[in-house]
Design a protein around this ligand. Structure first.
Ligand code: PMT
Length: 403
């Protein structure tokens, strides 16, 4: 997919610039042509000579370089690429992209380009979570700038949190998917996928509800990963703070019953992935707010909710070809997942430990065991995005062999 693609790599001034040489090497191994622009800040971390040697091209740095303007002006530089990749993208360059500042070669090329732009942000966690950066991010996304990462972990500044530049392999995967998509193809092109994500809220009365700690991170990541491989994805999402993934049709619901209805309406689909933490029971719902001070403490009466996964997996001519569920367990993880797989007539189950301290609910990482008819495969602890991508790749392999 990267063969003969022309990538203009802008290396801006963050510690993650040290990953640029590896990125260039791996892109060139895949047949891509890489040309670099190095900002003044970037040059504090990596030398132009290194980038030039590895890219096999000149490393461009100066806006007012007469020789370059004659041979390769900033306009041509930005137009002669198939994509501009900013890696690392600092908070500063993101802000400049938003306001259209053009005070050096990198920002001028970004403003002058008519080509797609991808950024791999990298910065301190407080800078990343600052409302200014988050608002800039949203504006860039609204302008169709592709974003890969950042991920959570130890940061160079000594703090821990979100802000690490995506791994080189993740950037390469994002570029690959971008070119697949722009060619109108992917291994899941032509297939429909239905994904559930997030918690459900089961009302007790008009102001109170019962919920769980699911954030929707895992399910949303699965939907995004399937869409990036070309599937036409419908995501049925319970209440979450996660943004709607790009290129995915999203139906927002609150309760298990609404989720069931939305899933049924989203059929037919060839692939189903149920990652939602659906409430197993809903309380009897009072029409008016339950008042304090009555004679006795109110008692909640529960009724069982529909099992969405089991319903979708029911045998029959309309059954999706591949039905995948998750199993959230606090004990006997694998055995319980095997039992669930058989009981719900599911093809694959991703078993994850949700014991206190596991960080699975709401966290950024997950340790899953893929349980299939063939056996159990334990995956290392991965970021939820990487779990989703790995799952999407497995689905693509299944599709190649069976559909
Ligand atoms: O949302 P995050 O914070 O990222 O956390 C991710 C997660 C822990 C929620 C996710 O990885 C996960 O494990 N999802 C399934 C949670 C769950 O409800 O597990 P379960 O073992 O109770 O249910 C088994 C399967 O049946 C699941 O696929 C579930 O979606 C499905 N189910 C359960 C009950 C029900 N009424 N309808 C269902 O479809």
């Amino acid at each position: 997919m990267l063969e003969n693609r022309r990538i203009l790599l802008i290396v801006s001034g963050g510690i993650a610039a040290v990953k640029a040489p590896d990125l260039i090497r791996r892109l060139r191994e895949r047949g891509a042509h890489v040309r670099c622009i190095l900002t003044k800040g970037g040059a504090h971390f990596v030398t132009p000579l290194t980038l030039a040697a590895l890219s096999g091209d000149k490393c461009y740095q100066e806006l007012f370089d007469l020789k370059d303007e004659a041979e390769m002006g900033h306009i041509r530089l930005s137009r002669e690429a198939d994509i501009i990749l900013v890696a690392p993208a600092t908070a500063d360059i993101m802000a400049k992209m938003v306001t259209g500042q053009a005070d050096d070669l990198a920002t001028t090329a970004l403003l002058a380009t008519d080509k797609p732009v991808m950024i791999a942000p990298s910065m301190n966690v407080m800078m990343w979570t600052h409302p200014a950066t988050q608002s800039n991010l949203q504006i860039l996304k609204d302008r169709a700038v592709k974003v890969v990462g950042p991920s959570a972990g130890d940061l160079a500044c000594g703090e821990v949190g979100n802000g690490r530049m995506a791994e080189v392999s993740e950037i390469i995967a994002a570029l690959t998917r971008f070119f697949q998509k722009s060619d109108g193809q992917g291994p899941l092109t032509g297939l429909r996928a239905l994904v559930t994500s997030g918690p459900t809220h089961e009302p007790i009365d008009p102001v109170r509800y019962i919920a769980n700690r699911s954030s929707g991170k895992q399910g949303h990541a699965v939907a995004a990963a399937l869409a990036e491989l070309g599937a036409q994805v419908t995501l049925v999402a319970g209440p979450t703070a996660e943004p709607d993934p790009d290129g995915v049709k999203v139906t927002h619901v609150e309760t298990a019953k609404q989720m069931m209805k939305a899933c049924t309406e989203a059929l037919p689909a060839e692939i189903v992935v149920c990652a939602a933490a659906v409430a197993d029971w809903s309380p009897q719902n009072a029409d008016q707010k339950i008042k304090k001070g009555a004679d006795k403490t109110p008692e909640l009466k529960f009724a069982e909710n529909p099992d969405i996964l089991a319903t979708l997996a029911q045998a029959g001519p309309t059954r999706p070809k591949l039905v995948i569920g998750f199993a959230a367990e606090t004990e006997n993880l694998i055995e319980a997942a095997k039992t669930k797989r058989a009981k719900k007539n599911v093809d694959w189950i991703l078993a994850n430990d949700v014991s206190p301290g596991s960080g699975t609910f709401g966290g950024d990482s997950n340790t899953v065991h893929l349980v299939t008819a063939e056996g159990v495969e334990s995956w290392p602890t991965l970021r939820k995005r990487a779990v989703a991508e790995r799952l999407a790749e497995r689905i693509a392999t299944f599709v190649e062999r069976n559909l």
